[in-house]
Design a protein around this ligand. Structure first.
Ligand code: KIV
Ligand code: NA
Length: 262
């Protein structure tokens, strides 16, 4: 996909959308060579790449650096960048500035967690020419309040999440991530909304899915979330390659004649 218009087109055509996160140039180039629909430069970068305990540590500067790297690797692709923790709160001018930084870094659109208290800012960004994707259910930036539990199991909470998805559509969002909500709720919201829903830990009833790069590739042996699927054992592959290299160095098998300049 090249733009947010392909996003809504996919839902109308009932084509499921496959998103993946990426944080660097090589990952982005590989995603672009594969059939991935769009790249999310998630604020998960703070955890996955920088080793922080939560996404609260992502900053606009961090997001911009990784967005620029991803754009260099995938010049033609739809790239969505996360607005980091608190960047849409407070002065609306600050949110506009932060979104401007991310779009100038190469994003086509930004993703914003939650709606309550910043619905007007979302609307203002959309009116200002910044495509916005929503994100409701489990919103990791609020983990000090929510923890890492599935959201929307209770009737009231489910109604609130449905209303949030509706508010996002009304505010002009072009899509919405549903994270860790019961699959029946995710299916219902997906039917109610004309904008595509992208699920993670939300079952198969959404219009698309998103996975974190390292989860999809099984790169982290110590972290395998139950809702994700590792489509490769990237950790074993990487470790085996490293050990093969070390063995080859120690035995003198590397470098060989073909790897040695004349
Ligand atoms: O930051 C991220 O990776 C995300 C996705 C998991 C939706 O927001
Ligand atoms: Na995120």
């Amino acid at each position: 996909m090249k733009s947010i218009h392909d996003f809504s087109r996919a839902k109308r055509a009932r084509q499921r959308i496959a998103l993946v996160t990426a944080y660097d140039v090589l990952a982005a180039r590989t995603a672009a060579e594969a059939d991935v629909d769009a790249i999310l430069v998630g604020d998960s970068v703070a955890m996955v790449v920088h080793g922080h305990a939560s996404t609260i540590h992502a900053t606009v500067e961090m997001m911009a650096l990784h967005t620029a790297a991803v754009r260099r690797g995938a010049p033609e692709m739809l790239v969505i960048a996360d607005m980091p923790f608190l960047s849409v709160r407070g002065e609306r001018g600050a949110a506009v500035e932060a979104a401007g930084v991310l779009l100038r870094a190469g994003a086509n659109a930004v993703k914003i967690e939650g709606v309550a208290g910043h619905g007007e800012i979302i609307e203002h960004l959309v009116e200002s020419g910044v495509p916005v994707m929503g994100h409701v259910g489990l919103t990791p930036q609020s983990y000090h309040q929510l923890g890492h539990r599935v959201q929307g199991r209770e009737v009231k909470a489910a109604a609130r999440i449905r209303a949030e998805a509706g508010a996002l559509e009304a505010a002009g969002a072009f899509g919405v991530v549903l994270e860790c909500v019961p699959s029946a709720l995710a299916r219902r919201i997906s039917k109610e909304r004309t904008i595509p829903t992208i699920g993670i830990g939300a079952g198969k009833g959404t219009d698309g899915q998103v996975l974190v790069w390292t989860d999809l590739l099984g790169l982290d042996a110590a972290f395998r979330p139950s809702f994700a699927r590792a489509f490769a054992d990237g950790h074993a592959l990487t470790k085996d390659a490293l050990n093969a290299y070390v063995r080859a160095v120690r035995t003198g098998a590397f470098p060989g004649a073909e790897e040695t300049p004349a």
